[in-house]
Design a protein around this ligand. Structure first.
Ligand SMILES: Nc1ncnc2c1ncn2[C@@H]1O[C@H](COP(=O)(O)OP(=O)(O)OP(=O)(O)O)[C@@H](O)[C@H]1O
Ligand SMILES: [Mg+2]
Length: 112
């Protein structure tokens, strides 16, 4: 199992949710976060510009998936969000050791 964390622009949330639901993702967690990447929260970096970092509003998605779905989920995420411009966002894929559905005690793939 994998745990996918994606940091995207807030207005891309609805299309991403729809794309992931379509391929069979059964749940996700969404948070409003702030962040910056290589441009340090600025549209462009000018040579000699004063060093300053700005946090920009972002949406963080967290999705636990079975190994069989992870490639499709990452692909759906990327293709839905990608514009080719800077600040399209980032996807992190982590190993996921254990999942437990609290109601039933089911574990791992059957708990997703
Ligand atoms: N190294 C990092 N660690 C944790 N979060 C990051 C990291 N880099 C980017 N992020 C998060 O992802 C968001 C989007 O980053 P962004 O798409 O600007 O990445 P980038 O590496 O600068 O790529 P690009 O050059 O396409 O802009 C950031 O606002 C931040 O929340
Ligand atoms: Mg960036």
């Amino acid at each position: 199992m994998k745990y996918i964390i994606a940091i995207i622009k807030p207005h891309r949330l609805d299309p991403v949710r729809d794309a992931l639901a379509e391929i069979g993702v059964t749940g996700m967690t969404v948070s409003e976060v702030q962040g910056y990447g290589r441009q340090r929260g600025q549209k462009e970096i000018y040579r000699g510009a004063e060093y300053e970092v700005h946090f920009l509003p972002k949406v963080k998605l967290e999705i636990a998936t079975d190994d069989g779905l992870v490639d499709q989920a990452v692909e759906a995420l990327q293709s839905t969000v990608q514009t080719g411009q800077i600040v399209d966002g980032k996807i992190f894929v982590l190993d996921l050791n254990q999942v437990i559905r609290i109601r039933t005690g089911e574990t791992d793939a059957s708990a997703l």
